[in-house]
Design a protein around this ligand. Sequence first.
Ligand code: 5AD
Ligand code: SF4
Length: 495
Amino acid sequence: MNVHDSERLAGLLESAGYVPAAQGADADVVVFNTCAVRENADNRLYGNLGHLYPTKKNNPGMQIAVGGCLAQKDRSVILDRAPWVDVVFGTHNLHRLPVLLERARHNAAAQVEIAEALEVFPSSLPARRASHHSAWVSISVGCDNTCTFCIVPSLRGGERDRRPGDVLAEVEALVAEGALEITLLGQNVNSYGRSLGDPGAFARLLRACGNIEGLERVRFTSPHPRDFTDDVIEAMAQTPNVCPQLHMPLQSGSDAVLRRMRRSYRRERFLGIVERVREAIPHAAITTDIIVGFPGETEEDFADTLDVVRAARFAGAFTFKYSPRPGTPAAEMDGAVDPAVVSERYERLASLQDEMSWAENRAQVGRRVEILVSEGEGRKDSETGRLSGRARDGRLVHLLVTGPHAQDGVVRPGDVIEAVVTRGAPHHLTADGPLHSHRRTTAGDAWEAARSRGSEAGSEAGPEVLSPAGSVSPGSGQPAVSLGMPTLRTGPAAR
Ligand code: 5AD
Ligand code: SF4
């Protein structure tokens, strides 16, 4: 969600006349889009601001803006701790950034502006998308749940759904610009549509994406096991462009812990969904989020989590140590787990999950997979001469291409290739055999056109930008800024 908001912030600034600073150069404006979901985000922001202080002192005209969840939480405290910051804005008023920068410059005074409710749906703002082939599309913002560990609802507000027609119009516009893959975004995609009086809306939205010509891959994040209904599994299985992939947060495998987390599903329900997804979509890669050391977690509770990890055979998991967040019910709970015990459990969970992911990845050896080539996903690609990309099930694949296809510009980011998996590692696959097919795509064409525009203009590489898959791509072949989608009404208003 934050990565996509950053695309909107970059789009807004570029529409206001700013240009990306060349890599390594000192920027005139630095914007931090912050996260507050765990405590280390706090520490990192203040550390980063401290690092920037000498630069700012030497360049008095430089401006620093802090936005996003941590700004919504800390508000003017940011200025108390780092008085050299020029602008603080929150999660509900991204669109104000250019005006606030201007006003801070004009008044020579810091501007803090935090809104209590969403003012403008971010999808209506311009965007500087990080990639031609893959794009995020918000279906909702905010969350109506009350998970006791989570700070998100207090910082992002209640769920506001976009109308399906608006979402589909944005997807169609992206596909017309060359995108092949979209990821539908919401804090809880399964409750999408409730505010519109249409509980079946998410399954229908997936099926409607299936009718968009040229859209090859549809993903979504994140579902909530409580609200996950079988109509969504059917829609996933019956819509050919919906990818065989599911990222579904477990959080804990212990029913007692889930109850205290106020996550109103139980392990049996979670495993039931996993089983039905595997029945309907046999090759689905299922991944999850797990928190270790929630208050009161006993060794027995933790053993239940390990059990679910074994039973679910996750292809991967994001694992977190519980981090108390101010204002959340869990932060007030008794039974804090000793940090040494948390670390020890965390290590055990991570090594079990690595073992499981590795076994799942080894089972892929010999399979022919379709890979959407991306840029910058393999950090060592330039050293190893490999290409990288994602398989349909979301797995990261590295491959060594030889022969005519190895020449620069033949296989382009955004093109689609097929190869056979030769090795499974815990966190990626390798497919070093011959290329079985190579399809030039509209996304590859768009990348190539942008690259040649960049070199004709003699432009330097832009800043590094996170793409949907979390990769870093240099700015040279980037898409142009696209206009926001007009949004007529959102959730409550639509009701
Ligand atoms: N402590 C640790 N992990 C957390 N998450 C959310 N809040 C916390 C917290 N207070 C994790 C959850 C969520 C993911 C995005 O971050 O696993 O799914
Ligand atoms: Fe947080 Fe729970 Fe909402 Fe996810 S569903 S954003 S964990 S409150």
